[in-house]
Design a binder for this molecule. Structure first.
Ligand SMILES: C[S@@+](CC[C@H](N)C(=O)[O-])C[C@H]1O[C@@H](n2cnc3c(N)ncnc32)[C@H](O)[C@@H]1O
Length: 219
């Protein structure tokens, strides 16, 4: 049977309440009572929305909440493309977060349908933990980023709490939500060739930033 988290992402009612209700609650939950994730998210949002002429890819964009935010800051020929697998999420994105600079496309993050070296920024926020083969998505993000382009990831990370006996297994089994080992995302990003990789752990979540390399490692 499919895990509840994946069923939810395809549900139109969930897609309708995701941006206003689910995402803010979930962001808060990541810090369990503190505000570390909310604080980082606020700073990240300001950085993502900064003015400029960029081509940005928002992988697993959901209802376009960050796609729109990024698009609204762009200037000149700047564009933000949001890709997602869920028709319900994409319909919601088109309904609520359509603008001239935001484009939505149905695509699988495991095989991003763009050429190498295309985007100035590639984001994947609050989604890797739902994707069946998440580390391969990191390779794809680096592949489609242009040399010097920014990679931005927000996802789960194993902590003291989730390392308590049975907790991680229970969360993963009950929800289908994957909890990454502390170094898994950073290591994969570096192995894909990214440089200047930085990890910030905020409660139960991690933000990982990196820069796509000038030349790619040969497979
Ligand atoms: C929780 S939403 C995240 C939305 C938004 N990025 C945010 O930060 O709030 C996760 C999204 O990942 C999408 N997703 C899951 N697996 C995917 C895949 N293989 N390819 C593309 N999107 C996928 C789901 O459909 C869902 O819309």
């Amino acid at each position: 049977m499919e895990p509840i988290s994946r069923l939810l992402m395809r549900n139109p009612v969930f897609a309708g309440v995701y941006e206003r209700i689910w995402r803010p609650t979930f962001t808060r939950l990541f810090s369990l009572g503190g505000s570390a994730t909310e604080d980082y998210d606020r700073a990240l949002r300001a950085w993502l929305a900064r003015p400029g002429e960029r081509l940005v890819l928002d992988v697993a964009c959901g209802p376009g909440n960050y796609t729109r935010l990024i698009a609204d800051g762009l200037t000149g020929d700047g564009q933000c493309v949001g890709i997602d697998f869920s028709p319900a999420m994409l319909r919601q994105a088109v309904r609520t977060n359509a603008t001239g600079r935001a484009t939505y496309l149905r695509a699988d993050a495991h095989a991003i349908p763009f050429a190498d070296n295309t985007f100035d920024v590639v984001t994947c926020l609050a989604a890797l933990y739902l994707i069946p083969d998440p580390l391969s998505v990191i390779d794809e993000m680096v592949r489609v980023a242009r040399p010097g382009g920014d990679i931005v990831i927000f996802t789960s990370v194993a902590t003291e709490l989730t390392s308590l006996p049975g907790v991680r297994f229970a969360v993963e089994a009950a929800t289908g939500f994957h909890i990454f080992d502390e170094h898994a995302v950073v290591d994969r990003l570096r192995a894909a060739g990214a440089v200047d990789v930085e990890q910030t752990i905020t409660g139960q979540g991690q933000y990982v930033l990196g820069v796509a390399p000038d030349s790619r490692p040969t497979p």
